[in-house]
Design a binder for this molecule. Structure first.
Ligand SMILES: *Cc1c(COP(=O)(O)O)cnc(C)c1O
Length: 452
C-alpha cells in the first residue's frame, strides 16, 4: 500500500442536500477496477465515454433472485424483460440462466425469436400488438397477454381463421396501495372488468386461457403491494375454479422490484432501503401457499423482473471536460456523459466516483453533461473532489433502461462492452458513426444545392 499524501485540513460549509441520520458522506472512494479489469484500460481501448457491463454481476443477481423464489415455491420461471436492456448478448446471458423472454412490441418479439428463444417461451405483453404480430404469435404458440377488449375481439376474430388455438392470458391492473394507480394497462380488478374479460374468454370456447398476468408498476419499494396484488390475482384464479372447474397454468406477477439506486429526494440511500428479493419472494409465495389453491396443482409462478436484475451490472465511464465556477461561486464540473445516455438520471441520484484516487477534500459540486441544454444535469449537488480536465469518472448502477431509452442527440452513442466471466472485455455494441445516422436520411434533389 502506498502512503496517502498529506493534505492540510480544510473546513467547508456543507450545503449539498440534507444529512441523513448517519450524517453526510464526504469521503469518496474511487473505483479503478470492475471485476478485476482496469477501467482506464477500457477507456483507452474503447474511447470515452463507454458503457461497461459485468457478466458476473448479471449472473449473480439473477441467481440470487431465482434462489429467493425457488426455495419458497416449487414452480418458478423468470422471463427477461427485453425493454430493460435488449442487447442480444445480455438477453442471451439471461436465457443461458434459464429465463424466458418478455417482450412488449413486434420489434422485441422478433429480437427474441432471432436470439433463438422457443416461441412458446415468449410472453407477448403491451398495448401495441399489430394484427400481423398477433397472427405470427398465435401461429408460433407464444403466450399473448391481452391488454384491452379491442385486442380480445381481434384475437377472437383471428381465431376463426387460424388453425392454431391462441394461447392467452389477461393483464390485470388493480389498486395495490401504490399511487398514482397504474390502471392504463390491462383490465381492472376492482370494477369487475378483469373478471368480465375472463368470462368472455371462457364462454367463447375459442381461446386457450393459460394464465393471468399483472405488472403493478416499476421501482415498487413496498413489499405489501405484492401481497395485495397476489391476493387479488389468486381471487381471480379461484373464481375460475369455482365457476368453470378450470385451472390456469400460470400466475405472472410481472416486474417492478426496485434496484438499489437512490431516487432523487430520498432521505436514505437506496442501498439501505430497498427490500431484498427474499422479502418480495416471501410476500408473493406466502400468499400463494396459504391460499385455497390446490397444493397438488399449484400454478407456475412467472416473474418478469427487469430493473432489479440488471441495474447493478451496468457502469458508464467517462472523462472530465472542464471545471468552472457558477455565478454564485459554486463548483461545476462538466463531463462527457449526458442525460442523452443516462435517461434514468431524471429519477435517480446516480453514484459518481473518480477512477483514480484523488484529493480527500470535497466540495459541493454540480455535475453537468456535455449537451447544450439546461436540463443536462447528472448530479445537481454532490460532495465531490476536484478532478482536472481529462481525468476520469465512473457512474454505477446504470444497467437498466439507459441502454434502451438513450437518445441520439447532438452527439453519437458510444461503445458498450461486457467484462466476461473470463475477464475478457467483449464489445457488445459498436459506437455510432455519422453514417449510422445519415444512412437512413434522404436529401431530395431540390434540396441539394445552395449558395451561402
Ligand atoms: C417493463 C416491464 C417489466 C419489467 O419491469 P421492471 O420494473 O424493470 O422490473 C415487466 N413486465 C412488463 C409487462 C413490463 O412492461
Amino acid at each position: 500500500m502506498t502512503k496517502a499524501n498529506y493534505e492540510r485540513p480544510i473546513i467547508n460549509r456543507v450545503s449539498a442536500g440534507v444529512p441523513d441520520k448517519f450524517g453526510m458522506k464526504t469521503r469518496i472512494q474511487p473505483i479503478s477496477k470492475i471485476d478485476g479489469v482496469d477501467v482506464k484500460s477500457i477507456l483507452a481501448q474503447y474511447g470515452s465515454p463507454v458503457f461497461i457491463l459485468s457478466e458476473n454481476t448479471i449472473r449473480r443477481t439473477y441467481q440470487d433472485a431465482y434462489r429467493a423464489f425457488s426455495t419458497r415455491y416449487p414452480r418458478v420461471q423468470f422471463a427477461w424483460s427485453y425493454k430493460t436492456n435488449y442487447l442480444d448478448a445480455v438477453c442471451n446471458i439471461f436465457h443461458q440462466e434459464g429465463s424466458w423472454a418478455e417482450v412488449v412490441s413486434g420489434f422485441e418479439y422478433h429480437k427474441a425469436i432471432n436470439n433463438g428463444v422457443e416461441p412458446q417461451h415468449i410472453i407477448f405483453n403491451g398495448p401495441d400488438k399489430s394484427e400481423a404480430d398477433l397472427i405470427l404469435a398465435i401461429n408460433n404458440g407464444s403466450l399473448i397477454h391481452i391488454d384491452h377488449f379491442d385486442e380480445l375481439y381481434l384475437i377472437l376474430k383471428l381465431s376463426d381463421t387460424l388453425t392454431r388455438r391462441p394461447k392467452v392470458a389477461i393483464r390485470v391492473n388493480m389498486d395495490t396501495g401504490i399511487y398514482p394507480k397504474w390502471d392504463r394497462f390491462g383490465f381492472n380488478y376492482e370494477n369487475g372488468e378483469a373478471w368480465n374479460a375472463l368470462n368472455r374468454i371462457m364462454i367463447s370456447g375459442k381461446l386457450d386461457l393459460v394464465g393471468i398476468h399483472t405488472h403493478i408498476g416499476t421501482y415498487i419499494s413496498s413489499v405489501q403491494a405484492y401481497t395485495t396484488a397476489t391476493t387479488k390475482m389468486v381471487d381471480l384464479i379461484l373464481g375460475l375454479k369455482r365457476k368453470y372447474n378450470f385451472d390456469v397454468k400460470y400466475i405472472d406477477m410481472g416486474g417492478g422490484f426496485p434496484s438499489k439506486n437512490t431516487l432523487k429526494g430520498a432521505y436514505l440511500p437506496g442501498i439501505d432501503t430497498t427490500p431484498t428479493f427474499e422479502q418480495f419472494a416471501e410476500a408473493i409465495t406466502g400468499v400463494l401457499l396459504s391460499s385455497e389453491l390446490d397444493p397438488q396443482n399449484l400454478p407456475l409462478l412467472i416473474l418478469e423482473t427487469g430493473r432489479a436484475l440488471i441495474d447493478d451490472a451496468g457502469y458508464i465511464a467517462g472523462s472530465v471536460l472542464a471545471n468552472k465556477r457558477l455565478s454564485d461561486g459554486r463548483r461545476a464540473m462538466i463531463i462527457d456523459i449526458g442525460v442523452n445516455l443516462l435517461f434514468a438520471s431524471f429519477w435517480y441520484d446516480y453514484p459518481v466516483v473518480p477512477i483514480n484516487s484523488v484529493s480527500g477534500n470535497v466540495e459541493d459540486t454540480t455535475i453537468y453533461g456535455p449537451l447544450c441544454m439546461n436540463i443536462d444535469v447528472i448530479r445537481a449537488s454532490v460532495q465531490f473532489p476536484a478532478l482536472n480536465a481529462g481525468e476520469h469518472v465512473l457512474i454505477s448502477r446504470v444497467g437498466a433502461y439507459n441502454m434502451t431509452q438513450w437518445m441520439q442527440f447532438i452527439t453519437l452513442r458510444p461503445n458498450i462492452v461486457l467484462i466476461g466471466a473470463d475477464k475478457q472485455v467483449y464489445l457488445l455494441r459498436k459506437a455510432e458513426t455519422p453514417e449510422t445516422i445519415t444512412s437512413n436520411e434522404l436529401v431530395p434533389d431540390v434540396y441539394k444545392k445552395f449558395n451561402v
